[in-house]
Design a protein around this ligand. Structure first.
Ligand SMILES: [Zn+2]
Length: 261
């Protein structure tokens, strides 16, 4: 049977001398793995469309088991993401987390939207560190964790001072602070941002300017949830941490231009 899916390549690996096995997250069928015959050869018409991060329309032949990619057509070739090492690092983290959390076999339109909007936003120049935070918070329900962020997780209050509690699974108000000795106190701004990361669709963002410390603080909370409560540690996270620790190693755009002249 022939299928035409809108999809994004979340993983692409070599298979044999000339083939690739490609994992797509599709809008219509969820996560699917297909064989792209000949795609490893640079001259193949499938070579470009089967690179990681590609967003396109994919025509696949599949009856049961692994399908075969027949043809593909770009919707977005992610030029900036592919040519900037920092953007590639963040985008790699995003496709890895999606791949880890989404199972094959059923449509996952929510995950597809998160992925597509996140890669698109990075390609269009939004802060990749903030976009990655969006993905972290938005994909939490796929780990079975559904943090309570609209009110106090214990008493339901919506007013007062708030903190984040790992043991209570969300926000606690000051009346309930005594329930958890390890609460992390939040300023009203931090509280609002965490709520936004979790609830507001990425594409409804304006240009978001966040302080570096604010992003690191919120990242620490969500990374702790992933690592402590779901046991998920992502390989591409390590590379981003290295980049962030040594920003002077990052190629500056102007320097890159000079180099090539
Ligand atoms: Zn409370």
């Amino acid at each position: 049977m022939l299928h035409k899916w809108e999809g994004i390549v979340i993983k692409s690996r070599a298979y044999g001398e000339s083939n690739k096995i490609v994992t797509l997250l599709t809008r219509e069928a969820g996560k699917v793995t297909v064989m792209a015959r000949g795609a490893k050869k640079p001259t193949s018409r499938l070579a470009g469309i089967t690179q990681t991060f590609m967003h396109g329309m994919f025509v696949c032949q599949r009856t049961s088991g692994m399908g075969t990619l027949q043809q593909g057509e770009h919707l977005n070739s992610m030029r900036h993401v592919l040519t900037d090492i920092t953007l590639t690092a963040y985008a790699s983290y995003i496709v890895e987390i999606i791949d880890r959390l989404v199972e094959e076999g059923k449509p996952e339109p929510y995950a597809f939207d998160v992925l597509q909007q996140a890669l698109n936003a990075i390609e269009e120049g939004y802060d990749p560190e903030a976009i990655t935070l969006f993905v972290d918070w938005k994909m939490l329900p796929f780990t079975g964790v559904q943090p309570i962020l609209h009110a106090c997780a214990q008493c339901g209050a919506v007013d007062g001072e708030f903190a984040f509690s790992f043991s209570q699974g969300g926000f606690l108000c000051h009346r309930c602070f005594h329930l958890d000795p390890y609460i992390i106190r939040l300023t009203p701004t931090q509280l609002k941002l965490i709520r936004m990361f979790y609830m507001v669709p990425i594409e409804q963002l304006g240009k978001l300017e966040l302080k570096r410390e604010t992003k690191r603080f919120i990242k620490k909370i969500v990374t702790t949830i992933y690592e402590e409560q779901t046991g998920i540690r992502l390989k591409s996270r390590t590379f981003i941490e290295q980049l962030e620790r040594t920003p002077e190693l990052l190629p500056r755009k102007t320097e890159k231009k000079e180099d090539s002249e």
